[in-house]
Design a protein around this ligand. Sequence first.
Ligand SMILES: [Zn+2]
Length: 369
Amino acid sequence: MIDWKLTSQFPSDYPITQSLNYPIRARVTALFALFIVAWLWLDARAQTNAPIVSGAHRFEKVAEGIYYATASGTMTVGANSPIILTDTEAMVIDSEITPAAARALIADLKAVTDKPIRYVVDSHYHYDHAFGNQVFGPEVQVIGHENTRKRLLGNTMEQYTYLSSIEPVPARVEALRKRIADEKDPQQKALLERQVTNSLAYLEQVKEIKVTPPGVTLDRKMTLFRGGREIQILYFGRGHTDTDVVVYLPKERIVCTGDLMESVVSYMGDSFPEDWIATLDRLKALDFDTVMPGHGVVFHGKGKIEAFQKYLRDVITQTAALRKQGLSAEQAAQKIDVTAYREELPSIRGVGIDAAAVRRIYQLADHPE
Ligand SMILES: [Zn+2]
């Protein structure tokens, strides 16, 4: 009965609704179309969120107010520097390889923000991350692990890791010049010429380095609550060095890992490989999705970290076996095969690893630290 009444009402209502609804429908359709266009436009903008190239740097937007600074190719800058903006100021992670690179970073950053840099975090003590510290004035707090301070007060400029960035340069320039002479492709030639220019300029730029330690140190954890952001600086133990801190944004689920975790194979010359694996377990226990590493590219998830842990385990095992056979570190380095990890760690090109990694494992076996 009720059903019939309802259905019977429809025919009489229909023309009225139709005539009344027509302009509304058109308006709804137009609004919907507008919404789709706006959405497509925003999406296209997000897709083509092209990095901003400014001077010696390229700034990739990772999240709102968070950028990843990498080299644009006009200068040797060393590490990649994550940039975190708050409402009123900027934090830079790693001051890069030379005072000149740090000055360029300060100038280039103006293309992204006019907020002043108030904090610099040294992810660790290595030259390519911390030798720009000296250019920051008293208005900037340079923060690092207490071991970073200790190491930077020591003789880092006389150690292999830094010297290995200087000593091979003349031979490399020589080799580049030979390639330039033979190169037919003008684009390739220009690229090689720029490498020569950058390398020679680097040898000049290092002359003004005055190694400057962080003025604020931490042991395990420091948290900054600045302009709407919570920024945690965390030390999880020895790994790439005994100075590695990560900068963690819990709300944004972003972590800046320095060289503790890169998107490529990390240098092992000052590392503690056994500890490193356990330290990465503690890193993985954080809740994050985005990793901004000290070298390579921004990546997501924890799969790459697991792969690198397996890589470290494998390097340790293969090194121990070759050492037992009486091979020198250099001989062992040529034989170590980590090509199985090529997919996750694309800097692996073939059999063999950096001899500095094997020398370090030999050294720790003879003189545990
Ligand atoms: Zn490093």
